[in-house]
Design a protein around this ligand. Sequence first.
Ligand SMILES: Cc1ncc(COP(=O)(O)O)c(C=O)c1O
Length: 354
Amino acid sequence: MHVAVALPIVVNAMTLLPTPDKLKLANLPTPIRPLDRLSEKYGGPRIWLKCDDQTGSVLSGNKIRKLEFCLADALEQGAQMIITCGGLQSNHCRATALAAAQLGLQSHLVLRGKKPPDNDADGNYLLDKLSGAAVSVYPPKIYMESLPGLIAELIEAYSSKGIKAYSIPTGASNAVGIWGYITAAEELLADFKRLSFSPDEIFCATGSGGTQAGLTLGMHLAGAKVPVTGFAVCDDNAYFDQKVRQDVLAWQQRYFPSGAYQDRQLAGIHTDLKVRTIDRYIGAGYAKGYAELYSSISEVASLEGVVLDPVYTGKAFHGLLSEIKLGNLSHCSDVLFLHTGGVFGLYPYRSEFI
Ligand SMILES: Cc1ncc(COP(=O)(O)O)c(C=O)c1O
């Protein structure tokens, strides 16, 4: 079997911490550009867009930065099968299944939702099917109650057939995956230097918390003062506060178990972080849209040629525009929005845009 070769360990220039092996799956660095027509219309800070929707065409969005680390770890452990989970239209599951296919690995997706008829696969689910992934779909109640057991059973079943399985949690948000956005923070700081600006705040959508955790930690490790705020798409502020700190603690314990690296104190870093979340734009719940959200998505597409999705980036960007309108960002002259991809998740909402 032909598989990609992991890169050697390198010391990260910004954080001066050793970074584990990663694969090269994403097209990096991603572009960054100002959205001046939109900024002018809203009359607030200049809005910059970091285009992580352009990390690839189908291996796209934020997930692929995390998967570069998770899949390197999977290969190092001799995995032949990648198991992961998420909603029926999960961008993470689609990216994982296609990345696994690219690496010559098998994949099995455990999805939450209502299984569509075979001739009606849409959006990410259609791409999951094309990737050749095995797919198990469970009703939300069963999924929520039994996910760890379902995954453990799958690992066991593959193992009894002599297939070594590696499981990646929801959104690849764990100790390994958050390296994707710790290293992205370095890329952003290089962007700011090259373009001679420094945003007063950075915003992103937050769902499983790993992007927010990695960026918050990456900026903290680099000594950058710019705050990172996640716009929640599902749970509340307290949930993300706890989830981000939990991922950061797991990262410290896995990679720096002694609690320090050279003269850097890393123990307790999860308590030092400022975790900032805004949970006012979720609407009725995860993946549930609303009229103002759809109209922000249409406005941004027509004014700037930027396509957002109703589940993640649309809710977050709608939140950003609403905060500007409310005057809550009047202290900012520049803000940065991280576009985390998700375009395939737009298609199942087609009827909202007619
Ligand atoms: C397009 C998109 N943006 C943002 C997010 C949120 O990222 P995270 O899961 O790291 O919080 C996700 C996944 O959950 C996503 O698919």
